[in-house]
Design a protein around this ligand. Structure first.
Ligand code: URA
Length: 180
């Protein structure tokens, strides 16, 4: 089985585990050297069926382009593969139990893609990979876990709320060059 077939197999298992949910899986190439992991899809992602295509995704794309990359140079995914919603359809932050339930799937996804570097966007993705500590303690750091290097930075939605953090976000993403 090649990587795409193995990923299809993971997605099939997720579909079976969550019948009735609108799922958003991945984008980009599984042969990319860098795997970018976010939190969960939002309304735009749910509509288009791809991760990071809304406002936060546009900021991510723009930052990658400033640094000389294209979005298609990466493999992009989320921890939680559906949009967590409240009773009236608003988007929620994933709950700790939801994040835990997706841990085996994201671990398998990482194993299949086997990137040179994983980039974690925000604290939910950090929790999804079982990394403790706060964003303030971890951002800009590269840690090693299960023989994968993991660079931790802010979620682009956090940059939209705190534009003063944008230079740090860009600086962190520029570090990807050290690993590819
Ligand atoms: N935020 C995320 O974490 N993932 C997306 O796909 C979109 C917004």
């Amino acid at each position: 089985m090649d990587k795409n077939q193995k990923l299809e197999y993971i997605f099939k298992a997720i579909k079976e585990a969550y019948p009735g949910k609108t799922l958003v899986f991945n984008d980009g190439s599984p042969d990319a050297p860098v795997m970018i992991i976010g939190e969960a899809p939002g309304a735009d992602e749910e509509k288009q069926g791809k991760p990071f295509v809304g406002r936060a995704g546009k900021l991510l794309n723009a930052t990658l382009e400033i640094l000389g990359w294209q979005r298609s140079d990466f493999y992009i995914t989320n921890i939680v593969k559906y949009r967590p919603r409240d009773a009236v359809g608003g988007t929620l932050t994933p709950m700790p139990q939801e994040i835990e339930k997706f841990r085996p799937a994201i671990e398998k996804e990482i194993e299949v893609v086997d990137p040179k570097l994983i980039v974690i966007l925000g604290r939910i993705a950090m929790a999804g990979l079982g990394i403790g500590g706060t964003m303030a303690e971890n951002r800009g750091k590269v840690i090693e876990k299960n023989s994968h290097k993991i660079l931790i930075t802010y979620h682009p939605a956090a940059i939209l709320r705190n534009i003063n953090w944008e230079p740090m976000f860009r600086e962190d993403l520029a570090r990807m060059r050290e690993f590819v």
